[in-house]
Design a protein around this ligand. Structure first.
Ligand code: ADP
Ligand code: ZN
Length: 435
Protein backbone atom coordinates (compact mmCIF):
# COMPACT_ATOMS: atom_id res chain seq x y z
CA UNK A 1 0.00 0.00 0.00
CA UNK A 2 1.27 3.44 -0.92
CA UNK A 3 2.06 5.64 2.06
CA UNK A 4 1.94 9.42 2.02
CA UNK A 5 3.49 11.92 4.36
CA UNK A 6 0.78 14.48 3.69
CA UNK A 7 -2.04 12.70 1.93
CA UNK A 8 -4.26 15.76 1.62
CA UNK A 9 -1.64 17.73 -0.30
CA UNK A 10 -0.10 14.85 -2.20
CA UNK A 11 -3.42 13.63 -3.57
CA UNK A 12 -5.23 16.97 -3.81
CA UNK A 13 -7.40 17.61 -6.85
CA UNK A 14 -5.90 19.80 -9.55
CA UNK A 15 -8.55 22.48 -8.94
CA UNK A 16 -7.83 22.66 -5.22
CA UNK A 17 -4.08 22.73 -5.81
CA UNK A 18 -4.45 25.54 -8.32
CA UNK A 19 -6.55 27.49 -5.83
CA UNK A 20 -3.89 27.06 -3.18
CA UNK A 21 -1.16 28.11 -5.59
CA UNK A 22 -3.19 31.12 -6.74
CA UNK A 23 -3.57 32.37 -3.18
CA UNK A 24 0.05 31.79 -2.39
CA UNK A 25 1.53 33.38 -5.51
CA UNK A 26 -0.37 36.64 -4.95
CA UNK A 27 0.94 36.90 -1.39
CA UNK A 28 4.44 35.85 -2.35
CA UNK A 29 4.80 38.40 -5.14
CA UNK A 30 3.72 41.14 -2.70
CA UNK A 31 6.20 39.90 -0.11
CA UNK A 32 9.05 39.90 -2.62
CA UNK A 33 8.15 43.27 -4.17
CA UNK A 34 8.01 44.92 -0.78
CA UNK A 35 11.15 43.37 0.65
CA UNK A 36 13.59 42.60 -2.15
CA UNK A 37 14.85 45.72 -3.87
CA UNK A 38 16.75 43.71 -6.47
CA UNK A 39 13.64 41.92 -7.72
CA UNK A 40 11.48 45.03 -7.34
CA UNK A 41 13.83 46.75 -9.80
CA UNK A 42 13.51 43.83 -12.24
CA UNK A 43 9.70 44.02 -12.00
CA UNK A 44 9.73 47.79 -12.44
CA UNK A 45 11.96 47.47 -15.49
CA UNK A 46 9.47 45.04 -16.98
CA UNK A 47 6.57 47.28 -15.97
CA UNK A 48 4.93 44.63 -13.76
CA UNK A 49 3.25 45.53 -10.47
CA UNK A 50 2.23 43.08 -7.74
CA UNK A 51 -1.45 43.86 -8.55
CA UNK A 52 -0.88 42.42 -12.05
CA UNK A 53 -0.34 38.97 -10.57
CA UNK A 54 -3.80 37.67 -9.70
CA UNK A 55 -3.18 33.95 -10.12
CA UNK A 56 -0.66 31.44 -11.46
CA UNK A 57 -1.97 32.30 -14.95
CA UNK A 58 -0.08 35.59 -14.63
CA UNK A 59 3.21 33.93 -13.72
CA UNK A 60 4.61 34.46 -17.22
CA UNK A 61 4.49 38.25 -16.67
CA UNK A 62 7.20 38.10 -14.01
CA UNK A 63 10.88 38.50 -14.85
CA UNK A 64 13.23 35.53 -14.63
CA UNK A 65 16.02 35.20 -12.11
CA UNK A 66 19.24 33.49 -13.10
CA UNK A 67 22.30 32.21 -11.35
CA UNK A 68 24.12 35.36 -12.44
CA UNK A 69 21.51 37.46 -10.61
CA UNK A 70 22.27 35.40 -7.52
CA UNK A 71 25.96 36.10 -7.93
CA UNK A 72 25.33 39.82 -8.49
CA UNK A 73 23.14 39.97 -5.42
CA UNK A 74 25.59 37.98 -3.28
CA UNK A 75 25.28 37.74 -0.35
CA UNK A 76 22.24 39.65 0.92
CA UNK A 77 20.66 41.16 -2.20
CA UNK A 78 17.78 38.68 -2.48
CA UNK A 79 17.07 38.35 1.21
CA UNK A 80 13.41 39.03 2.00
CA UNK A 81 13.52 38.85 5.80
CA UNK A 82 15.66 40.60 8.38
CA UNK A 83 18.73 38.54 9.26
CA UNK A 84 17.45 38.40 12.82
CA UNK A 85 14.62 36.17 11.58
CA UNK A 86 16.97 33.86 9.66
CA UNK A 87 18.37 30.81 11.39
CA UNK A 88 20.44 29.07 8.72
CA UNK A 89 22.63 29.56 5.67
CA UNK A 90 23.37 26.83 3.12
CA UNK A 91 25.41 27.08 -0.03
CA UNK A 92 25.62 25.43 -3.46
CA UNK A 93 28.39 22.96 -4.11
CA UNK A 94 29.87 25.41 -6.59
CA UNK A 95 29.85 22.81 -9.36
CA UNK A 96 29.59 25.47 -12.02
CA UNK A 97 31.26 28.52 -10.57
CA UNK A 98 31.11 30.84 -7.60
CA UNK A 99 29.05 29.59 -4.72
CA UNK A 100 25.60 30.93 -4.04
CA UNK A 101 24.28 31.32 -0.50
CA UNK A 102 20.68 30.77 0.54
CA UNK A 103 18.95 31.83 3.76
CA UNK A 104 16.27 30.11 5.82
CA UNK A 105 13.85 31.13 8.55
CA UNK A 106 12.78 28.39 10.97
CA UNK A 107 9.60 28.06 8.95
CA UNK A 108 11.61 27.62 5.74
CA UNK A 109 13.58 24.81 7.40
CA UNK A 110 10.37 23.13 8.57
CA UNK A 111 8.83 23.20 5.10
CA UNK A 112 12.03 21.94 3.48
CA UNK A 113 12.36 19.05 5.93
CA UNK A 114 8.71 18.29 5.33
CA UNK A 115 9.40 17.94 1.60
CA UNK A 116 12.22 15.50 2.43
CA UNK A 117 9.87 13.59 4.73
CA UNK A 118 7.49 13.17 1.78
CA UNK A 119 10.37 11.71 -0.25
CA UNK A 120 11.42 9.28 2.48
CA UNK A 121 7.82 8.17 3.00
CA UNK A 122 7.37 7.66 -0.75
CA UNK A 123 10.42 5.39 -0.68
CA UNK A 124 8.68 3.29 1.98
CA UNK A 125 10.28 4.91 5.05
CA UNK A 126 8.54 4.81 8.45
CA UNK A 127 9.53 5.18 12.09
CA UNK A 128 10.63 1.53 11.97
CA UNK A 129 13.47 2.39 9.58
CA UNK A 130 17.13 3.12 10.15
CA UNK A 131 18.12 5.85 7.72
CA UNK A 132 21.80 6.26 6.89
CA UNK A 133 22.49 9.71 5.50
CA UNK A 134 25.81 9.89 3.64
CA UNK A 135 25.26 13.06 1.73
CA UNK A 136 27.75 15.67 2.87
CA UNK A 137 26.77 17.64 5.97
CA UNK A 138 27.64 21.29 6.30
CA UNK A 139 26.98 24.00 3.75
CA UNK A 140 25.83 21.42 1.18
CA UNK A 141 22.07 20.92 1.46
CA UNK A 142 22.04 17.13 0.95
CA UNK A 143 22.99 16.06 4.49
CA UNK A 144 20.96 18.59 6.48
CA UNK A 145 17.86 18.19 4.26
CA UNK A 146 17.59 14.41 4.40
CA UNK A 147 18.65 14.42 8.04
CA UNK A 148 15.74 16.71 8.89
CA UNK A 149 13.30 14.68 6.80
CA UNK A 150 14.44 11.48 8.43
CA UNK A 151 13.85 12.93 11.90
CA UNK A 152 10.36 14.05 10.89
CA UNK A 153 9.45 10.59 9.66
CA UNK A 154 10.83 9.23 12.91
CA UNK A 155 13.50 7.01 11.37
CA UNK A 156 16.49 6.22 13.51
CA UNK A 157 18.90 8.56 11.75
CA UNK A 158 22.57 7.80 11.15
CA UNK A 159 24.15 11.16 10.29
CA UNK A 160 27.25 9.67 8.65
CA UNK A 161 28.04 12.40 6.11
CA UNK A 162 30.14 11.27 3.16
CA UNK A 163 33.51 9.55 3.15
CA UNK A 164 35.22 6.81 5.14
CA UNK A 165 33.46 4.22 3.07
CA UNK A 166 34.50 1.09 4.97
CA UNK A 167 33.15 2.65 8.15
CA UNK A 168 29.89 3.35 6.29
CA UNK A 169 29.59 -0.37 5.60
CA UNK A 170 30.47 -1.34 9.17
CA UNK A 171 27.76 0.95 10.58
CA UNK A 172 25.31 -0.13 7.90
CA UNK A 173 25.77 -3.74 9.02
CA UNK A 174 26.09 -3.23 12.77
CA UNK A 175 23.11 -0.88 13.05
CA UNK A 176 20.93 -2.50 10.39
CA UNK A 177 20.44 0.50 8.12
CA UNK A 178 17.38 0.02 5.90
CA UNK A 179 17.44 3.28 3.89
CA UNK A 180 20.50 4.85 2.32
CA UNK A 181 20.64 8.51 1.26
CA UNK A 182 23.57 9.79 -0.82
CA UNK A 183 24.57 10.73 -4.36
CA UNK A 184 24.13 7.92 -6.91
CA UNK A 185 27.86 7.93 -7.63
CA UNK A 186 28.59 7.44 -3.95
CA UNK A 187 25.96 4.69 -3.73
CA UNK A 188 27.79 2.88 -6.53
CA UNK A 189 31.05 3.23 -4.62
CA UNK A 190 29.45 1.98 -1.39
CA UNK A 191 28.10 -1.05 -3.30
CA UNK A 192 31.52 -1.76 -4.76
CA UNK A 193 33.17 -1.47 -1.34
CA UNK A 194 30.60 -3.81 0.23
CA UNK A 195 31.57 -6.53 -2.22
CA UNK A 196 35.29 -5.73 -1.96
CA UNK A 197 35.02 -6.26 1.80
CA UNK A 198 33.75 -9.75 1.07
CA UNK A 199 30.08 -9.16 1.87
CA UNK A 200 26.97 -9.71 -0.19
CA UNK A 201 23.54 -8.11 -0.07
CA UNK A 202 22.56 -10.84 2.40
CA UNK A 203 24.85 -9.21 4.95
CA UNK A 204 22.93 -5.92 5.00
CA UNK A 205 19.32 -4.90 5.64
CA UNK A 206 19.04 -2.06 3.14
CA UNK A 207 15.76 -1.99 1.22
CA UNK A 208 15.70 1.44 -0.37
CA UNK A 209 18.01 4.23 -1.45
CA UNK A 210 17.20 7.91 -2.00
CA UNK A 211 19.73 9.23 -4.45
CA UNK A 212 20.09 12.61 -6.13
CA UNK A 213 22.07 15.84 -6.35
CA UNK A 214 23.60 14.83 -9.69
CA UNK A 215 22.40 13.37 -12.98
CA UNK A 216 22.23 9.56 -13.21
CA UNK A 217 20.88 7.21 -15.80
CA UNK A 218 18.38 4.34 -15.65
CA UNK A 219 21.30 1.99 -16.34
CA UNK A 220 23.09 3.38 -13.30
CA UNK A 221 19.92 2.86 -11.26
CA UNK A 222 19.71 -0.80 -12.19
CA UNK A 223 23.40 -1.30 -11.47
CA UNK A 224 23.09 0.22 -7.96
CA UNK A 225 19.87 -1.68 -7.26
CA UNK A 226 21.64 -4.91 -8.05
CA UNK A 227 24.81 -4.24 -6.14
CA UNK A 228 23.01 -3.11 -2.95
CA UNK A 229 19.89 -5.27 -3.27
CA UNK A 230 17.54 -2.30 -3.00
CA UNK A 231 14.98 -0.21 -4.82
CA UNK A 232 16.64 3.10 -5.78
CA UNK A 233 14.55 6.29 -5.76
CA UNK A 234 15.47 9.60 -7.32
CA UNK A 235 15.27 12.91 -5.45
CA UNK A 236 15.84 16.36 -6.89
CA UNK A 237 16.44 19.82 -5.59
CA UNK A 238 18.79 22.75 -5.57
CA UNK A 239 20.09 25.09 -2.92
CA UNK A 240 18.34 28.07 -4.51
CA UNK A 241 14.93 26.48 -3.92
CA UNK A 242 15.90 25.11 -0.45
CA UNK A 243 17.66 21.84 -1.29
CA UNK A 244 16.69 18.22 -1.98
CA UNK A 245 12.99 17.44 -1.82
CA UNK A 246 11.70 19.87 -4.43
CA UNK A 247 10.62 16.68 -6.17
CA UNK A 248 10.83 12.97 -5.37
CA UNK A 249 10.10 9.61 -6.86
CA UNK A 250 7.23 7.32 -5.87
CA UNK A 251 6.83 3.56 -6.33
CA UNK A 252 6.03 3.98 -10.04
CA UNK A 253 9.52 5.40 -10.70
CA UNK A 254 8.60 7.23 -13.87
CA UNK A 255 9.63 10.72 -12.90
CA UNK A 256 9.60 12.79 -9.74
CA UNK A 257 6.52 14.41 -8.19
CA UNK A 258 7.06 18.11 -7.62
CA UNK A 259 5.88 19.53 -4.31
CA UNK A 260 3.58 21.96 -6.05
CA UNK A 261 2.18 23.43 -2.88
CA UNK A 262 5.63 25.04 -2.45
CA UNK A 263 7.11 25.22 -5.95
CA UNK A 264 5.42 26.08 -9.23
CA UNK A 265 7.32 24.62 -12.18
CA UNK A 266 7.44 25.91 -15.74
CA UNK A 267 9.37 24.63 -18.75
CA UNK A 268 10.81 27.27 -21.03
CA UNK A 269 12.76 27.42 -24.25
CA UNK A 270 16.25 28.23 -22.93
CA UNK A 271 17.03 30.38 -25.95
CA UNK A 272 13.91 32.54 -26.08
CA UNK A 273 12.42 32.26 -22.59
CA UNK A 274 9.07 31.27 -24.10
CA UNK A 275 6.93 28.98 -21.90
CA UNK A 276 6.57 25.55 -23.49
CA UNK A 277 3.54 23.26 -23.29
CA UNK A 278 3.51 20.15 -21.10
CA UNK A 279 5.48 17.32 -22.67
CA UNK A 280 8.17 19.42 -24.34
CA UNK A 281 11.79 19.32 -23.23
CA UNK A 282 13.15 22.60 -21.96
CA UNK A 283 14.68 24.41 -19.05
CA UNK A 284 12.99 23.99 -15.71
CA UNK A 285 11.98 27.20 -13.93
CA UNK A 286 10.75 27.33 -10.33
CA UNK A 287 8.74 29.87 -8.39
CA UNK A 288 8.77 29.23 -4.67
CA UNK A 289 5.46 30.29 -3.18
CA UNK A 290 6.03 29.58 0.50
CA UNK A 291 9.64 30.45 1.23
CA UNK A 292 10.10 33.45 3.49
CA UNK A 293 13.79 34.33 3.65
CA UNK A 294 14.95 33.53 0.12
CA UNK A 295 11.86 33.41 -2.07
CA UNK A 296 13.02 33.17 -5.66
CA UNK A 297 10.44 33.88 -8.35
CA UNK A 298 10.85 32.29 -11.78
CA UNK A 299 14.31 30.97 -11.06
CA UNK A 300 16.00 29.39 -14.08
CA UNK A 301 17.57 26.13 -12.94
CA UNK A 302 19.36 25.38 -16.26
CA UNK A 303 18.22 21.77 -15.76
CA UNK A 304 16.63 20.26 -18.84
CA UNK A 305 13.59 18.03 -18.45
CA UNK A 306 9.91 17.43 -19.29
CA UNK A 307 6.78 17.88 -17.14
CA UNK A 308 3.87 15.46 -17.14
CA UNK A 309 0.42 15.40 -15.58
CA UNK A 310 -0.23 11.82 -16.60
CA UNK A 311 -2.11 9.95 -13.88
CA UNK A 312 0.29 8.17 -11.55
CA UNK A 313 -0.43 4.74 -10.11
CA UNK A 314 0.77 5.87 -6.66
CA UNK A 315 -2.28 8.08 -6.30
CA UNK A 316 -0.33 11.33 -6.04
CA UNK A 317 -1.70 14.13 -8.18
CA UNK A 318 1.43 16.26 -7.98
CA UNK A 319 2.89 17.01 -11.41
CA UNK A 320 5.93 14.96 -12.40
CA UNK A 321 9.25 16.01 -13.90
CA UNK A 322 11.46 13.60 -15.81
CA UNK A 323 14.96 12.82 -14.63
CA UNK A 324 16.98 15.87 -15.67
CA UNK A 325 19.31 14.72 -18.42
CA UNK A 326 21.85 17.23 -17.23
CA UNK A 327 22.14 20.95 -17.02
CA UNK A 328 22.23 23.04 -20.12
CA UNK A 329 25.76 23.91 -19.07
CA UNK A 330 26.75 20.23 -18.65
CA UNK A 331 26.12 19.78 -22.33
CA UNK A 332 29.32 19.50 -24.32
CA UNK A 333 29.44 20.63 -27.90
CA UNK A 334 32.03 18.42 -29.57
CA UNK A 335 32.69 18.89 -33.26
CA UNK A 336 29.35 20.63 -33.46
CA UNK A 337 27.45 17.74 -31.88
CA UNK A 338 25.59 18.10 -28.57
CA UNK A 339 26.79 15.51 -26.08
CA UNK A 340 25.50 14.83 -22.58
CA UNK A 341 27.77 12.82 -20.28
CA UNK A 342 24.69 10.79 -19.33
CA UNK A 343 24.51 9.40 -22.89
CA UNK A 344 28.02 8.04 -22.52
CA UNK A 345 27.17 6.57 -19.09
CA UNK A 346 24.21 4.75 -20.65
CA UNK A 347 26.41 3.05 -23.24
CA UNK A 348 29.16 2.13 -20.78
CA UNK A 349 26.82 0.36 -18.39
CA UNK A 350 24.88 -1.28 -21.23
CA UNK A 351 28.18 -2.66 -22.51
CA UNK A 352 28.89 -4.17 -19.10
CA UNK A 353 31.36 -1.63 -17.74
CA UNK A 354 31.26 -0.07 -14.27
CA UNK A 355 30.11 3.53 -13.90
CA UNK A 356 33.68 4.66 -13.29
CA UNK A 357 34.77 6.79 -16.18
CA UNK A 358 36.35 10.09 -17.13
CA UNK A 359 35.50 12.15 -20.18
CA UNK A 360 38.22 14.48 -21.46
CA UNK A 361 37.60 17.00 -24.18
CA UNK A 362 40.29 19.11 -25.80
CA UNK A 363 41.06 20.91 -29.03
CA UNK A 364 44.07 19.87 -31.07
CA UNK A 365 44.85 21.55 -34.43
CA UNK A 366 41.43 23.21 -34.38
CA UNK A 367 39.64 19.89 -34.03
CA UNK A 368 37.80 18.79 -30.89
CA UNK A 369 39.00 15.57 -29.33
CA UNK A 370 36.97 13.26 -27.11
CA UNK A 371 38.81 10.79 -24.89
CA UNK A 372 36.92 8.43 -22.62
CA UNK A 373 38.76 6.44 -19.97
CA UNK A 374 36.86 3.49 -18.55
CA UNK A 375 37.96 0.82 -16.15
CA UNK A 376 38.19 -2.61 -17.68
CA UNK A 377 36.26 -5.40 -16.03
CA UNK A 378 38.22 -7.69 -13.72
CA UNK A 379 37.68 -10.46 -16.31
CA UNK A 380 39.37 -8.35 -18.98
CA UNK A 381 42.29 -7.33 -16.80
CA UNK A 382 44.52 -10.25 -17.80
CA UNK A 383 43.76 -10.02 -21.53
CA UNK A 384 46.42 -9.69 -24.16
CA UNK A 385 47.14 -6.28 -25.69
CA UNK A 386 45.32 -7.00 -28.92
CA UNK A 387 42.23 -8.20 -27.07
CA UNK A 388 42.14 -4.97 -25.12
CA UNK A 389 42.39 -3.00 -28.34
CA UNK A 390 39.45 -4.97 -29.66
CA UNK A 391 37.37 -4.21 -26.53
CA UNK A 392 38.25 -0.55 -26.94
CA UNK A 393 37.18 -0.58 -30.57
CA UNK A 394 33.87 -2.28 -29.80
CA UNK A 395 33.11 0.23 -27.08
CA UNK A 396 34.13 3.19 -29.25
CA UNK A 397 31.77 1.97 -31.95
CA UNK A 398 28.85 1.66 -29.50
CA UNK A 399 29.52 5.20 -28.28
CA UNK A 400 29.77 6.47 -31.85
CA UNK A 401 26.40 4.90 -32.63
CA UNK A 402 24.88 6.80 -29.66
CA UNK A 403 26.58 10.16 -30.17
CA UNK A 404 27.34 10.33 -33.86
CA UNK A 405 30.97 11.20 -33.24
CA UNK A 406 34.04 9.04 -32.81
CA UNK A 407 35.61 8.94 -29.34
CA UNK A 408 38.98 7.55 -28.37
CA UNK A 409 38.38 4.91 -25.71
CA UNK A 410 41.04 3.95 -23.17
CA UNK A 411 40.46 0.89 -21.02
CA UNK A 412 42.37 1.47 -17.79
CA UNK A 413 43.07 -0.84 -14.85
CA UNK A 414 40.27 -1.66 -12.43
CA UNK A 415 40.03 0.84 -9.54
CA UNK A 416 42.35 3.37 -11.15
CA UNK A 417 39.69 6.06 -11.55
CA UNK A 418 39.03 8.15 -8.44
CA UNK A 419 35.74 7.25 -6.77
CA UNK A 420 33.20 9.91 -5.87
CA UNK A 421 31.96 10.46 -2.32
CA UNK A 422 29.70 13.33 -3.32
CA UNK A 423 28.95 14.85 -6.69
CA UNK A 424 31.09 13.02 -9.22
CA UNK A 425 33.40 14.99 -11.51
CA UNK A 426 33.35 13.08 -14.76
CA UNK A 427 34.19 15.66 -17.36
CA UNK A 428 37.35 17.66 -17.94
CA UNK A 429 36.97 20.17 -20.74
CA UNK A 430 40.45 21.50 -21.49
CA UNK A 431 39.21 23.67 -24.34
CA UNK A 432 38.15 26.20 -21.73
CA UNK A 433 41.77 26.61 -20.68
CA UNK A 434 42.77 27.69 -24.19
CA UNK A 435 39.91 30.19 -24.62
P1 ADP B 1 25.51 23.28 -7.65
O1 ADP B 1 24.77 24.11 -8.66
O2 ADP B 1 26.74 23.95 -7.14
O3 ADP B 1 25.73 21.85 -8.04
P2 ADP B 1 23.46 22.34 -5.77
O4 ADP B 1 24.21 21.51 -4.82
O5 ADP B 1 22.39 23.17 -5.24
O6 ADP B 1 24.50 23.30 -6.45
O7 ADP B 1 22.95 21.39 -6.93
C1 ADP B 1 21.73 21.51 -7.60
C2 ADP B 1 21.82 20.88 -8.95
O8 ADP B 1 22.14 19.48 -8.86
C3 ADP B 1 20.53 20.90 -9.73
O9 ADP B 1 20.32 22.14 -10.36
C4 ADP B 1 20.74 19.77 -10.72
O10 ADP B 1 21.52 20.19 -11.83
C5 ADP B 1 21.53 18.77 -9.93
N1 ADP B 1 20.62 17.72 -9.40
C6 ADP B 1 20.06 17.66 -8.18
N2 ADP B 1 19.31 16.55 -8.05
C7 ADP B 1 19.36 15.89 -9.23
C8 ADP B 1 18.80 14.68 -9.74
N3 ADP B 1 18.02 13.90 -9.01
N4 ADP B 1 19.07 14.34 -11.02
C9 ADP B 1 19.85 15.12 -11.79
N5 ADP B 1 20.43 16.26 -11.38
C10 ADP B 1 20.20 16.64 -10.11
ZN1 ZN C 1 3.54 8.62 -8.30
Amino acid sequence: MERYWNQEIETMSREDMKKLQDERIVEQVKHVYENVEYYRNLMDEKGVKPEDIKSTDDLHKLPFLTKSDLRDAYPYGLLAKPLSECVRIQSTSGTTGKRVVAFYTQNDIDLWEDCCARAITAAGGTNEDVCQVCYGYGLFTGGPGLNGGSHKVGCLTLPMSSGNTERQITFMRDLGATILCCTPSYAAYIGETLHDMGYTTDDIKLKAGIFGAEPWTEEMRRSIEKSLGIKAYDIYGLTETSGPGVSFECSEQTGMHINEDHFIPEIINPETGEVLPEGEVGELVFTSITKEAFPLLRYRTRDLCVLSRKKCSCGRTLIKMSKPMGRSDDMLIIRGVNVFPSQIETVLIEQGYSPNYLIEVDRVNNTDTLDISVEMNPTQADSAGEDIQMYEKTLALAIKTMLGINPKVHLVSPKSITRSEGKAVRVIDRRKLHD
